[in-house]
Design a protein around this ligand. Structure first.
Ligand code: PHE
Length: 447
C-alpha cells in the first residue's frame, strides 16, 4: 500500500514546509532589496496569483490524479508518449538543486553554532563580518562539515517515512518557525528608523518596474513555491481524494507569501534603522544580520532563534526535494526506503562537495564562466524550474483531457466553487501561463 498523509493539517504543513525555506528567508529579502523594494513586491504578488497559482493547481492535478511518483505520473496519465521524459527531468532536477541547497543549509547550521557560542555579540564591525563570511565559505572543511550534517539531518527525517517522518516534523516545526520570525519582525518594527524600511517595502515606485524586475520576480515566485521540480506533484500524490485542490493550493501560496513578507519585515527595517546598505546581496542574511544582532538588546538570543529558524526552514524544503527521488527509487526501482535514502545521500553529497569547494579550492574551475555553485543555481532556477513548470502546464492544458482535469480539480464536480473557478483556470492553463513562462524562459536564456 502506498503511504499517504494522515491529516489535512499535516498535508498543509508539509507543503508549506516545502515552500517556506531559504527562498523566503535568504533569497527573498535580498531580491526585494536589489530590485527596488516595493515595486518588486508588487510584481511578485501578481506573479504568485496569476501565473504560479495555476501551475500549482496543475502540479496538484497531475500528482493526485496519478497517485504516483513524478516519473511515473506522466507515463501513467499519457501512456506510451514522450511525456515520460518530463518525468525524468522532474526527478533529476531536485537532486541537482538539493546538492547546492544543502551547502547553504550547511552555512546556516554553522552560523547557528556560531550564534550559540554568542559569536555575534562582541563589538563586531561590518567589515569583520564580511571577511568572516568570505573566509568561511571559501575554506575547505567547515562548510563541508555543515553540508554533511545538514544532509544527514534531512536523511534521518526521510527514513521515518511520509506520515511519521515528513508530516510529523512539518506539523511541529512550521508553526514554531512562524512564531519566531514574527516575534523578530515585531521587535524590529519598534526600532527608531524602522518606518523607512517599511516604506521601502510597501510604498512602490512603479517606474522601477522593468522587464528584468519581472523576470526576477517570477523566478523568485517559482523558487519560493517549489514549482517545476516535481516536489509539489510528489506531495500531492500522497493527498487524499477528498481534499480540495484549490483551497489547499491557495492556503499554501498565501502562507508562503505571508512568510516572505514577515521575514522581510524582520530584516529590512533593521537594515534601515542601522543605516546599512540595502544592496546586501546573497550575504544579507549571513553578513548584515549578524551585525544587527550584535547591536540589539538580547541580540545573542535573537541570533540563535533566527539561525535556528533558518535551519528548520531549509530542512523542511530539503526534505521535499529529497522525497521526490525517494518516491522514485522505492516505487520504480523497488528499493527499500532506507536504501533509497542512502543511495541518494551519496549522490547529493558528492555534487554538494563540488559546490562547496567551488568557493575555495575549486574556484578556478568555471562552467560557462561560472563557478560550479553559481552554475547549478542558474541551471536550476533559471532553466530547469521554468522548463519543468512549462511542461506541467502544457501537459495539463494540452495533453490531458479537459473532463479529466475538471474531474480532478472539482472532485467529480462536487465542489461548486472549483467548478466556477475552472472556467477561468482552463484558458489560463492553456494560454496565459505557457506564454508568460515562455517569455521569462527566453529572456533568461538570452539575458
Ligand atoms: N521553496 C523552497 C524555498 O523557498 C525551495 C525549493 C525549491 C524547495 C524547489 C523545493 C523545490 O526555499
Amino acid at each position: 500500500m502506498r503511504e499517504s498523509f494522515g491529516s489535512r493539517f499535516g498535508v498543509l504543513m508539509a507543503m508549506v514546509g516545502s515552500a517556506v525555506g531559504l527562498g523566503n528567508m535568504w533569497r527573498f529579502p535580498y531580491m526585494v532589496s536589489e530590485h527596488g523594494g516595493a515595486a518588486f513586491l508588487f510584481v511578485y504578488v501578481i506573479c504568485v496569483f496569476i501565473i504560479c497559482l495555476p501551475i500549482f493547481f496543475a502540479e496538484f492535478v497531475v500528482g493526485r490524479r496519478s497517485q504516483s511518483n513524478a516519473f511515473r505520473a506522466f507515463e501513467k496519465l499519457a501512456p506510451g508518449s514522450q511525456w515520460k521524459w518530463v518525468g525524468f527531468v522532474a526527478i533529476t532536477a531536485p537532486v541537482i538543486i538539493l546538492s547546492y541547497y544543502s551547502v547553504v543549509g550547511g552555512w546556516s547550521i554553522q552560523y547557528f553554532f556560531k550564534s550559540c557560542t554568542f559569536g555575534f555579540t562582541e563589538l563586531v564591525t561590518q567589515e569583520y563580518l564580511d571577511s568572516m563570511f568570505a573566509g568561511f565559505i571559501s575554506s575547505t572543511w567547515a562548510p563541508l562539515l555543515g553540508h554533511t550534517f545538514f544532509l544527514i539531518l534531512t536523511a534521518l527525517v526521510l527514513m521515518g517515512g511520509v506520515k511519521s517522518g515528513i508530516e510529523r516534523f512539518g506539523k511541529v516545526m512550521m508553526p514554531i518557525l512562524y512564531f519566531i520570525v514574527l516575534a523578530i519582525a515585531i521587535w524590529t518594527a519598534t526600532l527608531p528608523g524602522a518606518s523607512e524600511g517599511l516604506s521601502f517595502l510597501f510604498n512602490p515606485d512603479f517606474s522601477a518596474i522593468t522587464p528584468s524586475v519581472c523576470a526576477a520576480a517570477l523566478g523568485q515566485a517559482f523558487f519560493s513555491l517549489s514549482l517545476g521540480y516535481g516536489t509539489m506533484l510528489t506531495y500531492a500524490s500522497y493527498v487524499s481524494k477528498k481534499e480540495n485542490i484549490a483551497s489547499s493550493s491557495v492556503s499554501i501560496a498565501l502562507s508562503d507569501l505571508v512568510f516572505s513578507l514577515i521575514a522581510s519585515c524582520a530584516i529590512m527595517p533593521a537594515v534601515f534603522a542601522f543605516g546599512l546598505n540595502t544592496q546586501g546581496g546573497p550575504g544579507l542574511v549571513f553578513q548584515t544580520l549578524p551585525y544587527i544582532f550584535s547591536k540589539m538588546p538580547f541580540g545573542g538570543l535573537v541570533a540563535i532563534l533566527f539561525f535556528l529558524s533558518l535551519v528548520v526552514a531549509a530542512l523542511t524544503s530539503a526534505i521535499s526535494l529529497y522525497e521526490v527521488g525517494v518516491a522514485y527509487l522505492t516505487e520504480e526501482r523497488k528499493m527499500s526506503r532506507k536504501k533509497a535514502v542512502i543511495v541518494l545521500f551519496v549522490a547529493i553529497w558528492v555534487v554538494g562537495v563540488l559546490c562547496s569547494l567551488s568557493f575555495g579550492p575549486l574556484s578556478h574551475v568555471k562552467i560557462f564562466g561560472n563557478i560550479f555553485f553559481d552554475f547549478l543555481d542558474k541551471l536550476s532556477a533559471n532553466f530547469l524550474m521554468t522548463l519543468g513548470s512549462l511542461m506541467v502546464v502544457l501537459f495539463v492544458g494540452w495533453k490531458m483531457k479537459k473532463p479529466d482535469v475538471f474531474d480532478e480539480f472539482t472532485n467529480g464536480g462536487t465542489l461548486r466553487g472549483n467548478v466556477r473557478l475552472f472556467r477561468i483556470l482552463w484558458p489560463v492553463l492553456r494560454y496565459v501561463a505557457p506564454v508568460a513562462i515562455l517569455v521569462i524562459f527566453i529572456s533568461n536564456l538570452i539575458g
